[in-house]
Structures are given as structure tokens and as C-alpha cells.
Write a protein that binds this ligand. Structure first.
Ligand code: NIG
Ligand code: FE
Length: 384
């Protein structure tokens, strides 16, 4: 037992039992005798720690090209916003992604995905958003859906990521609301709709239109909110019952209060904070005070967070945002699943999917404390 980590429900000499891909028992080994469960086959984990399979709840891992040149420009002092306004940034990735075939996009995405899986991740959210035309966005959604082998994929439509160069603003928003979202909902092409509410992307009024369309077609929403400035995106997301509001560096207490009332999860993205050398801290104390569930994710993308490691994201959340180890571990398991609207993964309890990570560690804090080290012994993903 590790008494330093209350709130995680740690069990010493524990046992997990599964049938048909679902957990039927998780608890002390000595208590299973009191249940009706009869083990037909047992695996001795030799005193290793077992956690839920990890959940990465915010990635943009389907894209083509790279942004190493932009990285170098930022080292020379050019800002992310300046690069975006000069036609680089997201727009540069859009050009490369539009030109790539589904096979090329799949190949690149699989390599990035594999790096996550190798660290015990069993559920990954993947956003579109580097197509920004109907045809290119549908292409990305098909690629994302096709990634779901040996891993649970949550597919999010992020058509409202940036304004494409070849269409008027109001026409693009109308295309999103009147053509793309209705088709995506009708054909089940995505599980949720996301947007980027920011001066360099879409205004709160435009996001409201996108969210109104999404909700009218039965899709849940998420939002890149208050990353670079406070446009009150968190409160906007909460008004639409968002699953999550993500980034949140500039969110104020009213925004946090609205998230708490709506049950919207706060997804913190320390890789983007680090890469952009942001100094404005997300409102962690207010999130705690109002009881908002906090998740942590890689935000894996070619621009602001070329981060292929969820364990490193957890370490960064502790070091940069001062999250506790318990908060980090819940942030990459249970709360990350909640940010996807899922309660049957990210936890070890009867009824949940049997997605597990088995670790070569002495104590759970090592998962957060180590940098650039992968202590995974075995990953178990169950098709259910
Ligand atoms: O989550 N904030 C907007 N979207 C991404 C960045 C994407 C990019 O720069 O390519 C993010 O940080
Ligand atoms: Fe993002």
C-alpha cells in the first residue's frame, strides 16, 4: 500500500477477474472467495502494480508533414499567433494533410498511436481538424475510425479548428452547421464535436452556432477554451453541457463555476503549455475548490504539442501545474474517460472493460515521477 495516495482506492495484494472482456471483480485477493466467482485460469502478476489502461483524451494525431521549421522560428522569438497570422501553424499542416492519401495518413497516425499504446494507453481520443473542407474532414474521420484495432478510439470532429484560406468566414460556419455536422451525425462519423475558440480561430458567437448544430443533431461537444486569451470559452462550453473544456490557462473563476455546475471535465494540456513557453497557469486551485474533475492529456499535434507520451504529460502536469500524483493518475485514467463521456473504462471495477496496464514499479508515484522512462510490463486491451 502507498498511504501517500488517498483517493485512488489502492489495494494491496489485489486481484482483477474478467470474463468476456469485462471486469467481474477488482479488489483484495483474499475477498474473492466470498463471491461466486470461480477462476478457471489465473495469471500471476508477481507483485506488480495493475492500473486501468491509460486514457489519452485529447490528441490530433492524424496529420501529414511536420512543423520543425516553425519550432525553429519560435526559438528565434516569433510567437505561435504571429506564425498563424502569417499563414503558417495549423494552415501549414492543413496543406500537407489535404495532399496526403488515406494510406499515408494512416501510416503516420499508426506510428504515433503505437508510441502511446506502448505506454499502456488503451483508449485514445483523436480529432479531425487538419482538413477544413468537407471532403478532407470526412477523409480524416475515416482514417480515425480505421485506427480502432487493439485500442478504443473516440473520434471527434474538429472542423472548427481554423478558418480555411479558400472560403468566407460565414460560409465556412454555415458549411459546418448545415452540411457537415448533420451528415456526420446521421452517418455516425464522429462521437463528438470540438472547436477552437480563440482570436486566431473562431469567436464565441461562431462556436455557439457550431455547438447549437451539434446538439440539435445529438452530438456532445468539447472545446479548446481560453488557451491564449479569456474569451469565456469554458463558460460557453458549460452552457452547452460540454464533456470537457480543454487548455483553460486564461479561464476565470466564473468559467470554473460554470464547468462545475455542468459537470464539464477540465482537460489540462501541459505539453502545449511547455512548447509555447506559456506562463499563465490554468486555474488549478479554483478547479479543486469547485470540485471540477481534472484530466491530463498529451494534445499530441505537430505544432503546439509534439508530445508522444502520456506519462510525460502527467509528469509535466505535476511539475508545471503542481497537480498531485493522485490528480495526475486520475487525470490519465478515470477523469480522462469522463472527458469522453465514458464510465466503463479508466477504472478497475466490476462492469468496466478489462483494459489494464501492469507496471514494473514499486509504487504508483513512479508513473508520474520518472521522465523518459517506460515501466510498462504488459498492456491488456479487451474487445468488448
Ligand atoms: O490543441 N489549440 C488549437 N489546436 C491545437 C494546436 C494545433 C496546431 O498548432 O497544429 C492545440 O494546441
Ligand atoms: Fe488540441
Amino acid at each position: 500500500m502507498d498511504p501517500a495516495l488517498p483517493g485512488l482506492g489502492l489495494v494491496d495484494r489485489g486481484m482483477v477477474a474478467e470474463t468476456g472482456g469485462r471486469i467481474v471483480y477488482a479488489g483484495p485477493e483474499c475477498d474473492i472467495a466470498a463471491t461466486e466467482i470461480v477462476a478457471t485460469e489465473t495469471v500471476d502478476c508477481e507483485n506488480r502494480w495493475i492500473s486501468p489502461g491509460l486514457v489519452d483524451c485529447h490528441t490530433h494525431l492524424v496529420f501529414a508533414g511536420d512543423r520543425a521549421g516553425e519550432f525553429e522560428a519560435r526559438l528565434d522569438g516569433v510567437s505561435y499567433e504571429e506564425i498563424a497570422r502569417a499563414g503558417g501553424g495549423i494552415a501549414a499542416t492543413v496543406n500537407a494533410t489535404r495532399a496526403a492519401s488515406e494510406a499515408e495518413l494512416t501510416q503516420g497516425a499508426r506510428a504515433r498511436l503505437q508510441a502511446l499504446l506502448d505506454e499502456g494507453v488503451t483508449t485514445v481520443e483523436v480529432k479531425s481538424g487538419y482538413g477544413l473542407s468537407a471532403a478532407a474532414e470526412y477523409k480524416l474521420l475515416r482514417v480515425i475510425r480505421g485506427l480502432g484495432r487493439g485500442v478504443d478510439i473516440a473520434c471527434t470532429f474538429l472542423g472548427a479548428h481554423a478558418l480555411p484560406p479558400d472560403i468566407r468566414r460565414e460560409d465556412y460556419v454555415a458549411l459546418l452547421c448545415e452540411e457537415m455536422i448533420p451528415r456526420i451525425a446521421a452517418e455516425g462519423l464522429a462521437d463528438a464535436v470540438d472547436g477552437f475558440c480563440e482570436g486566431i480561430a473562431f469567436s464565441p458567437e461562431e462556436i455557439e452556432k457550431v455547438f447549437t448544430a451539434a446538439r440539435a443533431h445529438g452530438l456532445r461537444v468539447k472545446l479548446h477554451a481560453d488557451q491564449l486569451s479569456n474569451l469565456h470559452g469554458a463558460a460557453l462550453a458549460a452552457r452547452f453541457g460540454a464533456l470537457s473544456a480543454d487548455h483553460l490557462e486564461y479561464t476565470d473563476e466564473d468559467g470554473v463555476r460554470a464547468m462545475a455546475a455542468a459537470g464539464t471535465v477540465a482537460v489540462l494540456l501541459p505539453g502545449a503549455f511547455y512548447t509555447l513557453r506559456e506562463t499563465k497557469q490554468p486555474p488549478v486551485a479554483a478547479l479543486r475548490a469547485h470540485g471540477v474533475n481534472i484530466a491530463v492529456s498529451t494534445d499530441l499535434n505537430p505544432g503546439t504539442s509534439p508530445l508522444n507520451s502520456l506519462l510525460l504529460a502527467a509528469n509535466m502536469a505535476a511539475t508545471q501545474f503542481r497537480l498531485t500524483v493522485t490528480e495526475c493518475l486520475l487525470g490519465i485514467t478515470r477523469n480522462a474517460a469522463l472527458a469522453l463521456g465514458r464510465t466503463d473504462t479508466g477504472v478497475l471495477r466490476a462492469g468496466a472493460k478489462c483494459h489494464l496496464a501492469i507496471w514494473n514499479i514499486e509504487r504508483p508515484a513512479e508513473l508520474v515521477y520518472q521522465i523518459g522512462c517506460n515501466p510498462l510490463h504488459q498492456r491488456i486491451w479487451s474487445a468488448v
